[in-house]
Design a protein around this ligand. Structure first.
Ligand code: UDP
Ligand code: MG
Length: 314
């Protein structure tokens, strides 16, 4: 097979209901283009027939390559594995649930051919509704104010990366990855292609609320010291207030006024309020410490069990 110019890479986890639709959509989009391509699918420890369906599809579509991870490592780890196993000069990273429309690939490629090295697919709207949508919107609004590092709004994992950008991304060792931020962090010439994010074509979302929450916290903590600085400001404000209070009571006392028999309610509120605040502060510091521990342990981000890429080289 020719050296692929365009790699399309996607993580898959229990996607037996939608994977064939995705493969067909990518294949028909890419066949309409004249460039050699490959589709790298990373099976993130699926418990259903996902991998079997991918292997089956490979018999009629040789452009498919798969990488089977040893267990479920999570979305960001699987995407990281997918990017690392790509071989194309340009790599399109996307989800396999049709929320990132394969029909946008030609536009991303066009922008790459025009000289852009990191092409973000930017959402102008999303089809999701209800709590999920509200959650995503709230995160993106807050996120903008929280980070120290400029990350374009309304971008996610869906993008095109030039080989140069891929090589730099592969060098980043961090484990708690927030890829939309890392795409920006590596620099290079940026382009944007707008699109409307569809709803999932089949199956249910595989990212649980808990995972999305951790992902959001990862995003903030790995691109900002603001939360910890905020603690400093709250501490300073509390210290100043307590200084004022101390002065107030001292003067009262010196003037011979009684201070001991009133203010019980104030005391209870102050003690419990400050106690809560201190615990919250410790928890926030703990989030950073836990992440430092993750990094220091130096475990790999994912483990590959087997891949079609090996099989071909052997
Ligand atoms: N996914 C994965 N591992 C996981 C969860 C999800 O590889 O632990 C894949 C999933 O198959 C899909 C993509 O990541 O291709 C995005 O997942 P999902 O649609 O559930 O996430 P959301 O759209 O809610 O961000
Ligand atoms: Mg999705």
């Amino acid at each position: 097979m020719n050296h692929p110019v365009i790699s399309i890479v996607a993580p898959i986890y229990n996607e037996e209901q939608g994977i064939e639709t995705f493969i067909d959509a990518v294949a028909s989009t890419m066949r309409a283009q004249s460039l050699p391509w490959e589709l790298v699918l990373v099976n993130d420890g699926s418990a259903d027939r996902t991998l079997e369906l991918v292997r089956q599809a490979k018999t009629t579509c040789p452009e498919i390559e798969w990488v089977d991870l040893s267990r479920n490592f999570g979305h960001q780890a699987a995407v990281t594995a997918a990017i690392a196993h790509s071989r194309g000069d340009a790599v399109v990273v996307m989800d396999a649930d049709m929320q990132d429309p394969p029909s946008l690939i030609p536009k991303l490629v066009e922008s790459w051919q025009a000289g852009n090295e990191v092409v973000f697919a930017r959402r102008t709207d999303r089809a999701e509704t209800g709590l999920r949508r509200a959650g995503f919107e709230l995160f993106h609004k807050l996120f903008r104010y929280t980070i120290d590092f400029p990350i374009p709004p309304d971008v996610g994992v869906f993008c095109l990366l030039d080989r140069k950008a891929v090589e730099q991304l592969n060098r980043l060792p961090e484990r708690n990855r927030f890829l939309p931020g890392l795409y920006s962090w590596i620099g290079f010439k940026r382009g944007f292609v707008d699109y409307v994010r569809d709803d999932r074509a089949a199956g249910t979302p595989k990212q649980t609320f808990k995972r999305l929450l951790k992902y959001a916290v990862d995003g903030v903590l790995s691109f900002s010291y603001k939360p910890i600085r905020l603690l400093g400001w709250i501490g300073l404000a509390t210290a100043l207030a307590s200084f004022g209070l101390a002065l107030f009571f001292l003067v009262k006392r010196l003037l011979g006024q009684e201070v001991a028999f009133t203010g019980f309610t104030t005391l209870v509120i102050l003690i419990s309020g400050l106690g809560g605040l201190i615990l919250l502060a410790i928890a926030l510091v703990g989030e950073y410490v836990a992440r430092i521990y993750d990094e220091v342990k130096n475990r790999p981000t994912y483990i590959v069990k087997s891949t079609s890429l090996d099989e071909r080289h052997e």
